[in-house]
Design a protein around this ligand. Structure first.
Ligand code: SF4
Length: 72
């Protein structure tokens, strides 16, 4: 599963980090960041991660829609 994450949108609610700490961690400015992303850009990053139930929940509940999933 590919995660495309626009960290400039993050408001630091903590949902993704607390739910999937194996995928997410805190970065500068209390914005969540992906652990070991495959690509990092100015305002977004992306990475490939195993599908897991918690990941789907996080994606549908990010309050600002910063986390997008794509089948890979
Ligand atoms: S769920 Fe969304 S707003 Fe909350 S910490 Fe994660 S990326 Fe940021």
């Amino acid at each position: 599963m590919k995660i495309i994450y626009h960290f400039n949108k993050c408001v630091g609610c903590g949902l993704c980090v607390s739910t999937c700490p194996n995928i997410w961690q805190w970065g500068p400015g209390r914005k969540a960041r992906l652990r070991n992303p495959n690509q990092v850009h100015d305002q977004w990053e992306e990475g490939e991660y195993p599908r897991q139930g918690g990941l789907i929940v996080v994606t549908s509940n990010c309050p600002v829609g910063a986390i997008k999933l794509e089948e890979s």
